[in-house]
Design a protein around this ligand. Structure first.
Ligand code: ADP
Ligand code: MG
Length: 281
């Protein structure tokens, strides 16, 4: 109705919409509410971070986006279509180092979902696997078995396997949390370089404020159990080089206050213009 198509200014629709999503676990004794009416939009090529303390429902939210957990309230949409089941358009990289079947070589690990879910021939899948292994610096380890690799190398393989699937959204659940500090930093750097190169859309979970600022361009702050949206802020101005700088430190402290101080209504007053107040629910 109204203005013709050509006169309307249409913002691009979000790639992923999480709309008033509550998530619950039902045990025989009781119902555990993991998140309460969480809403956020992820746009194409975002590096969107879910940040909050342990137990606030980050992993559960990621599982819901992946299609493993159904919302008890609200809806998740990918390109406008309701997410109802897992699919190859959403691939998850987990924290654990044992996500690669140990009886397959590195190359076979990457080839397997390409053949199963993407229907590639053996030759195509092998070529694709080698391409992404090269991108994560592991071209020389294609025929190695996972148990011969370090934790960081295993995570690189898991990332290569996920990227090779060319998902619409790459989901990462604290993928570097079990790594030593130096490897973790290196992996953050590599992830950002991969993003520059391949421009995928990332939904990344962490409980580390510093990691959120480095990895993300947008950060959703979740309150402790059950997770509710505290605030959403932009963080595209930060990278590994800005870590430790004055602005970085000030923002980290502000986020810390937003996450852990309960007194302030809505939680987002006193923040700079880059912080957008979340819906105070
Ligand atoms: P986070 O990833 O932020 O640490 P989770 O999403 O793992 O949080 O968990 C959110 C809440 O749901 C926590 O209180 C946790 O104890 C609970 N929870 C997680 N998994 C289960 C489960 N399988 N059964 C019952 N409660 C669960
Ligand atoms: Mg978790």
């Amino acid at each position: 109705m109204g203005a013709p198509q050509s006169l309307r200014v249409v913002a691009p629709a979000p790639l992923l919409q999480v709309d008033g999503v509550s998530l619950e676990y039902r045990t025989r004794q009781r119902v555990v509410r993991a998140t309460h009416q969480v809403s956020f939009d992820v746009h194409a090529a975002d590096r969107f971070v879910l940040l909050g303390p342990s137990g606030c429902g980050k992993s559960t939210l990621l599982k819901a986006v992946a299609g493993f957990v159904a919302p008890s309230e609200g809806e998740i949409r990918l390109e406008g279509r309701r997410v109802a089941a897992p699919g190859p358009d959403r691939v998850v990289v987990f924290q654990e180092f044992d996500q690669l079947p140990p009886w397959k070589t590195v190359r076979q690990n990457i080839m397997f979902p390409l053949r199963q879910a993407r229907g590639m021939s053996r030759a195509q899948a092998s070529e694709c696997a080698l391409h992404y292994l090269d991108k994560v610096g592991l071209a020389g380890f294609a025929d190695a078995y996972p148990h011969t690799l370090s934790g960081g190398m295993k995570q690189r393989v898991a990332i290569a396997r996920a990227l090779a699937m060319r998902p619409k959204v790459l989901l990462m659940d604290e993928p570097f949390a079990a790594l030593d500090a130096l490897t973790r930093r290196r992996m953050q750097e590599e992830l950002l370089a991969l993003w520059e190169d391949a421009a995928f859309t990332l939904l990344f979970v962490t409980h580390s404020i510093e990691e959120a600022l480095v990895v993300g361009n947008r950060i959703l702050l979740l309150s402790p159990h059950p997770g509710r949206v505290r605030a959403e802020l932009n963080s595209h101005q930060f990278d590994l080089a800005s870590q430790g700088g004055a602005e970085f430190q000030a923002t980290a402290q502000r986020i810390h206050r937003l996450l852990f101080e309960t007194g302030t209504a809505g939680g987002a007053e006193g923040t700079t213009a880059s912080a957008r107040t979340a819906q105070a629910r």
